[in-house]
Design a protein around this ligand. Structure first.
Ligand code: ADP
Ligand code: F6P
Length: 330
């Protein structure tokens, strides 16, 4: 058994899928924890693509220290659909074997987790860390990237409120999240948005019109902010025009886009990234593999990746409805 525990000498790290602030903090924490445990850390450049191509280099402590507070991922990320093919994954294993690397930590979203699980089944010791701004990995209360994206959205919505207020406007703000409403719900509550719309509560346009009419024409509020998760409506501009025609309230749409993905990771982001990353190394040194790490009720936990992927998504509908009622004051 002790043999098994000491089997790992080298560990590689890669980032995959959409980049997220805090990925660099996580890479740094893994490298530090690996050295602490007597392992040699390696960096894989460009996600699974770089793994297959063998772009794997020894990590430098001085370099990783430099990136602790920078957004994005300095080892780059990639979307590489070819990794779904078995022969391509076998090539990745060959590259790791060639460098005598026994373990791999993958920082990414659910797609990246699938890749990590498949590598685990062919004998690479793998651990998944949740890295995405979307917060759509249900095995963790929070993903690396979510806190910073939330801060960026909140500060931008505050700016949008300033201008909306100055012109008595309604502004529809589209936020990212892929199909998850987390960014919309958290930012909507934090900014006092009059309406939050996600895939869970897609509203008919007539109902949105009624809310805007009530807020602006009856309550005489000076502005209305409506936060909408991307992909819920096809054409926000059309909805804005309809609201304007029906209510006579000047209405605009604003799509926040990729500004939500960049920026300096917040303190909480770095703290959570460091905790999860150190735990990943501890698990590997304990002989574990095929696990996904999460933070649940403020405690680190590790679940088999397949189990982690099967966790149900949290439901926000009651929260959304409660805040809609609170904001729709009489
Ligand atoms: P995320 O990890 O953020 O969900 P993607 O869904 O784009 O982002 O997945 C990232 C990468 O993970 C993909 O480009 C691909 O290389 C790999 N991947 C995704 N799904 C699978 C799968 N079913 N099997 C193997 N690899 C996968
Ligand atoms: O998964 C992160 C994310 O930013 C999603 O919120 C968004 O839907 C998607 O990536 C955008 O991806 P891309 O930058 O490849 O267009």
């Amino acid at each position: 058994m002790i043999m098994e525990k000491n089997a790992i000498k080298r560990v590689a790290i890669l980032t995959s899928g959409g980049d997220a602030p805090g990925m660099n903090s996580s890479i740094r924490a893994i490298v530090k924890a690996a050295r602490w445990k007597g392992l040699e850390p390696y960096l894989v450049y460009e996600g699974y693509k770089g793994l297959v191509e063998g772009d794997i280099r020894p990590a430098s402590d001085i370099e990783v220290d430099r990136y602790i507070n920078q957004g994005g991922t300095f080892i780059y990320s990639a979307r590489f659909p070819e990794f779904k093919e078995e022969k391509v994954r076998l090539k990745a294993k060959e590259q790791l074997d060639k460098k005598q690397i026994q373990a791999l930590i993958v920082i990414g979203g659910d797609g990246s987790y699938h890749g990590a699980q498949l590598l685990h089944t062919i004998g690479i010791k793998t651990i998944g860390l949740p890295g995405t701004i979307d917060n759509d990995i249900s095995s963790s209360d929070y993903t690396i990237g979510f806190f910073t994206a939330l801060e960026s959205i909140v500060s931008n919505i505050d700016r949008i409120r300033d201008t909306a207020r100055s012109h008595h406007r309604c502004i529809l703000v589209e936020v990212m999240g892929r199909y998850a409403g987390d960014l919309a719900v958290y930012s909507g509550i934090a900014t006092g948005a009059e309406l939050i719309i996600t895939a869970e509560n897609k509203m008919a346009i007539e109902d949105i019109v009624k809310v805007v009419d009530h807020q602006m024409n009856k309550l005489k509020k000076d502005s209305v902010i409506i936060i909408v998760t991307e992909h819920v409506y096809e054409n926000l501009k059309e909805i804005a025009q309809k609201i304007q025609t029906e209510t006579n309230v000047d209405t605009r749409e604003s799509i926040l886009g990729h500004l939500q993905r960049g920026g300096t990771p917040t303190g909480m982001e770095r703290y959570v990234a460091a905790q999860m990353s150190t735990y990943a190394i501890e698990l590997l040194c304990d002989g574990q593999s095929g696990l996904a790490i999460g933070l649940v009720n403020n405690k680190l936990q590790a679940l088999p990746i397949l189990e982690a992927l099967a966790q149900p998504r949290p439901k926000y509908i009651e929260l959304i409805n409660k805040y809609a009622k609170i904001n729709q004051e009489k």
